[in-house]
Design a protein. Structure first.
Length: 129
């Protein structure tokens, strides 16, 4: 088995994709509008990061769900991007509107990590390669 992709349900798919392009330098792969909901994928390397509208989540999860909300505590899940320059990536993300959480810090073992929250409140880590 291989990890294939992650889907994050958001209120505004296009705005979210534009944020990820600007904040993290990612490139959209496609956008699909079914008339009922919008979904999009962005290039991230070996796996796919996808976004879909909360209207789709409402049909998939009729029992309810917790939406990502930047004014609430984050969900205990994180997406991580690797980069050779965590400090520059961190500043770029903040400049694009990400909320800073943890400035770049050296970790045991030689890794550097920083964390932000995206415009939907999703935790995003930036880690050196």
């Amino acid at each position: 088995m291989k990890f294939g992709y992650t889907v994050i349900w958001v209120d505004d798919v296009i705005k979210t994709v534009e944020f990820y392009e600007k904040a993290f330098g990612l490139v959209r792969r496609n956008v699909q509008d079914t008339g009922k909901f919008i979904s999009a994928e962005i290039e991230t390397g070996g796996t796919t990061l996808a976004f879909s509208s909360t209207s789709e989540a409402e049909t998939l999860f009729p029992g309810g769900f917790h939406v990502n909300n930047p004014s609430q505590a984050p969900a205990l899940i994180q997406i991580s991007f690797t980069t050779p320059d965590v400090a520059t990536a961190y500043m770029r993300a903040i400049g694009a509107g990400a909320k800073p959480l943890d400035a770049p810090k050296n970790q045991p073992g030689g890794k550097t990590i920083a964390r932000v929250r995206d415009l939907n409140g999703v935790l995003v880590a930036l880690v050196n390669k």
